[in-house]
Design a protein around this ligand. Sequence first.
Ligand code: NDP
Length: 244
Amino acid sequence: MLKEKVIVITGASSGIGEATALLLAEQQPILILMARRKDRLDALASKVEALGSQAVVVPLDITDRQAVADAFSMIINRFGRVDVLINNAGLMPVSFMDKLKVDEWDRMIDVNLKGLLYCIAGVLTHMKDRRAGHIINVSSVAGRKVWPGFAVYNATKFGVTALSEAMRMELTPSYNIKVTVIEPGAVATELTHTITDQDILDSFAKRRITPLQANDIARAIKYAITQPDHVNVSEVVVMPSAQM
Ligand code: NDP
């Protein structure tokens, strides 16, 4: 079903993006792997190719608007299409507001919102012209619920969730571009590695829930992109069984 589909995955160098690439690779799509860490993308590309898929490594920082535009032009010129964009790159240096970690606020807005928008801009005209395509935005349960300490991350993910529903209404009926928002609860990945607020780290250390694995979210993404043409999976929430 996905054979030779051109699928772009941002944030493919670890966690959910990496697991999604490996799961989808079993169906032989052409996988375009984006993130900053080229060594990790190269290692993933080797595994993907061993599973029988073609992989193209595109190292970039998605906050670089021109680099993103150039990358999508290159992909569309080379393969003639992008069938699926999995907008997954993100970071979560959560902190309490009074710590005033303004650089981290900026970074979350730049990557989680603006970078995601730059990638959408990279495919939208092309998908509209083809009247085909699927954009998957990885938001979070933090795009539906707020918690103290998560304010700016919440703001970015509420933004992604709202954007996704508005995109679906604008693009799916008129242009046949499917739009899905995926909202995971806690997943065991490197996402917490950028947290610098010790109070948050201390509270995380006390958490006693069994988190999801990245592959649990990869399966949800695969479900969304393997539905028949008339089915648009608009929103998927996946929670660890023990998380409130
Ligand atoms: P990881 O930290 O493992 O993955 C994040 C990915 O984003 C990495 O591949 C990283 O690659 C990439 N990335 C970060 N900044 C940039 C940038 N400026 N340019 C390009 N790529 C970038 O975490 P997850 O797999 O957990 O996160 C994936 C998505 O899932 C995120 O959007 C996150 O918010 C969301 N999510 C995660 C949850 C969790 O509990 N883990 C829960 C809910 C949602 P590199 O550093 O190589 O650039």
